[in-house]
Ligand binder design. Structure first.
Ligand code: SF4
Ligand code: SF4
Length: 438
């Protein structure tokens, strides 16, 4: 049980030591990356417009499609040949969907590089356009297209680089910053320039003195980038909390209302790699951790099948497991392991199934104290059980960010966040039914 430290935040058992000091292994085994599976749909279920077909050869980093809606190009993660289409479960869409099968030829032949940018000479518009063409999105899990945050000129006071990684087990950003320190600071500098802010604050949770020292050394005597160490509390990495802690401001909709733009540390690295080296995102450094798998820090091409990776790592170490694509606080358990690593996948957790029985609510109020959105989770759960939709709206259930803290602190082991997710879906359906037919 976590110790309640302050309203809206809790200290969690981090389990970071499982992977924090491990070396990073690049996986090159043919059984894992011999075949890659490129989803044919976006997370919202819409079809990607591909410019390649079965039988085509592709180069690594070659642009092969464009996602609809927000402009988001798709790139081949390795060189090879597209040999077919297979249906696989998709962790983002939440159901089986068709995927292109890409047979890796292991030649590592790069296609045409992206247009290189000199950040000192390029204009803000040119840099934002280059980020857009590189298909960079938020690598902290949200996957929001990065260019959108910078497209509009707006008064920004501070660029916050979110290096908190506040979910237990995950250490991918920590390792990525260690591995690519120079690229990381170059990425922060590029984002700082396009944000128009006076300073960039790299927010890192306390307890990583070696990394902080290295980053400060890389920053040198620059006055426009600084590191701020943050308390080891959850959800310190949530954007609203970051803005409150660093700028002492609140906002309703977007951080820009409080004069901030927030990007994740791995996203900054990806921006520099694209603009300075011409490389789109073709691989991810991921944390594989938990009590039912061999903890590993692995670099794999995106679209690697999780099942093959887990087999390569020696398989699961329990008969019944929960497999999560992401951190334990906000991710849902996957139906199976027949899905692929996406650009946004920072971690895979394999946890032994623990049976627990929920007890009735004790009215202890811990969930209320812990909720970072200042909601009344126990009241919301009560309204859900009674299917009282009006009360759910009065209790502002849609302000829940699904951080999972209420379930974590609940002594009665009530799955409050699971019920809230369902309630939000039911309200959406109710809204859709009530909407006038077009
Ligand atoms: S999951 Fe929602 S209700 Fe529960 S603590 Fe987080 S924001 Fe509050
Ligand atoms: S739901 Fe859990 S944490 Fe909230 S008041 Fe009831 S027993 Fe306490």
């Amino acid at each position: 049980m976590g110790l309640l430290c302050s309203r809206g935040k809790v200290h969690l058992d981090g389990h970071k030591d499982l992977t924090l000091h491990l070396p990073v292994t690049k996986i090159s085994d043919a059984a894992v990356i011999g075949k890659l599976y490129i989803p044919k749909l976006m997370a919202n279920g819409r079809e990607i417009a591909f410019t390649v077909a079965i039988g085509d050869s592709v180069k690594k980093g070659q642009r092969i499609g464009l996602a609809p809606g927000f402009y988001m190009p798709v790139f081949a993660p390795v060189s090879g040949k597209i040999t077919g289409i297979e249906n696989l479960y998709n962790s983002l869409v939440g159901r089986p969907i068709p995927h292109f099968v890409l047979e890796n030829d292991f030649k590592e032949e790069w296609g045409e590089p992206l247009t290189l940018i000199d950040p000192n000479k390029a204009s803000r518009v040119e840099i934002v356009s280059a980020i857009k063409e590189a298909g960079i999105c938020g690598l902290g899990g949200a996957g929001f297209p990065t260019y959108v945050k910078y497209e509009k000129e707006q008064p920004i006071e501070c660029l916050i680089i979110n290096s908190i990684e506040c979910e237990p087990f995950l250490t991918s950003d920590y390792h990525a910053m260690q591995e690519h320190l120079t690229l990381f600071i170059q990425g922060v500098s590029i984002l700082l320039k396009v944000s128009g802010a006076k300073e960039a604050v790299i927010a890192i949770k306390v307890g990583k003195p070696e990394l902080v020292a290295k980053i400060r050394q890389e920053i040198g005597d620059r006055k426009d980038i600084r590191v701020q160490e943050m308390k080891d509390l959850y959800p310190m990495g949530w954007e609203k909390v970051l803005v409150q802690e660093i700028l002492h401001k609140d906002y309703e909709g977007l951080p820009s209302e409080a004069g901030a733009i927030i990007n994740n540390a791995s996203t900054a690295i990806a921006v520099a790699d694209a603009l300075l080296n011409g490389h789109p995102i073709t691989e991810r450094l991921i944390t594989i951790s938990g009590d039912a798998i061999k903890p590993t820090m692995a670099i794999v091409p995106i679209y690697t099948k999780v099942q093959s990776l887990m087999t390569f790592l020696g398989g699961y170490q329990a008969d019944e497991i929960n497999l999560l694509a992401g951190g334990p606080m906000t991710s849902k358990a996957m139906m199976n392991d027949n899905f692929v690593i996406e650009k946004t996948t920072g971690g895979l957790l394999v946890l032994k199934c623990v049976e627990y029985v929920s007890e009735p609510c004790l009215r202890c109020g811990r969930c209320i104290l812990a909720c970072p959105s200042s909601l009344y989770p126990c009241e919301i759960k009560d309204a859900i059980d009674k299917k009282d939709f009006k009360r759910l709206r009065d209790l502002e259930v849609n302000k829940c960010v699904e951080c999972g803290t209420c379930s974590y602190v609940c002594p009665s082991k009530i799955d409050i966040v699971g019920s809230i997710r369902k309630a939000k879906l039911l309200l959406k359906l109710e809204d859709a039914k009530a909407a006038p037919k077009k």
